[in-house]
Ligand binder design. Structure first.
Ligand code: KIV
Length: 252
């Protein structure tokens, strides 16, 4: 079983951490049995499962439904659940209530939320209830309307220094890991060296402690999304479309 303790040991030993998203029982079962270390029930479910443009519309109830389905398929991996937009930004009491609902109703292992200093009080309150927290800095998709673009973050010194400061705050607060999304590789490598907790990157170069991808993207189910950092390991769109075509031909 992968625990937060196992992840911190992996960082100490220099062993890289593998992480992928899953949103349902059947996929989570395959991903877990293939030996992944961490499964993220990402709020990217809002995009790849529900077809929304952004991660903002997905609700706490919907995340709980996805997460409970994933947990039923997993025996070994650590399961982390994204707290959706609107479930923790209001105040720390609301954040704690949302995190408790996720843990009680899904039996997941940990939660993830986006942001640094501005949500520190919520993070501290959730941690003090004994719930493991994974941070998420850099491109934080729940703030897309503030950023106005999905382009790389923290290229300028001021934003980079704030990110490093936030990473230290998350570590000091007691987060067990941090996701860094779409920031310069050198900055991500610096954070991974400066903090003692695992740093998992997505579009953040190879100098971090592990990598995460959205499973629909890496399997090639989602053909429209192709950022530079994305390595595709399969063309499942073509496979499924071919199989469906063969089935239709047989039926006809
Ligand atoms: O929701 C998600 O899939 C994520 C990953 C991109 C890290 O947060």
């Amino acid at each position: 079983m992968v625990t937060t303790h196992v992840l911190s040991e992996m960082k100490l030993k220099g062993e890289k951490i593998s992480m992928l998203t899953s949103y349902d029982y059947s996929m989570a079962r395959i991903v877990d049995q293939a030996g992944i270390d961490v499964i993220l029930v990402g709020d990217s479910a809002s995009n790849v499962m529900a077809g929304h443009e952004t991660t903002l519309p997905i609700t706490l109830d919907q995340m709980i439904y996805h997460a409970a389905s994933v947990v039923r398929g997993v025996k070994r991996a650590l399961v982390v659940v994204d707290m959706p937009f609107g479930s923790y930004q209001g105040n720390s009491k609301e954040a704690l209530n949302s995190a408790i609902r996720i843990m009680k109703e899904t039996a997941a292992d940990a939660i993830k939320l986006e942001g640094g200093e501005e949500i520190l009080e919520s993070i501290q309150r959730i941690l003090s209830a004994g719930i493991p927290v994974m941070g998420h800095l850099g491109l934080t998709p729940q703030s897309i309307h503030k950023f106005g673009t999905y382009a790389i973050r923290a290229k300028k010194e001021e934003e980079a220094e704030k990110l490093v400061h936030d990473a230290h705050l998350l570590e000091e607060a007691g987060c067990f890991a941090i996701v860094l999304e779409k920031i310069p590789a050198a900055l991500a490598a610096r954070v991974a060296q400066e903090v003692s907790i695992p740093v998992i990157g997505i579009g953040a170069g190879g100098g971090v402690d592990g990598q995460v991808l959205v499973i629909h993207d890496m399997l090639g189910i989602n053909q429209e999304f192709s950022p530079r950092f994305l390595r595709r390991y399969h063309n499942l769109y073509a496979e499924i479309s071919g199989a469906v075509g063969n089935y239709i031909a047989d039926v006809k």
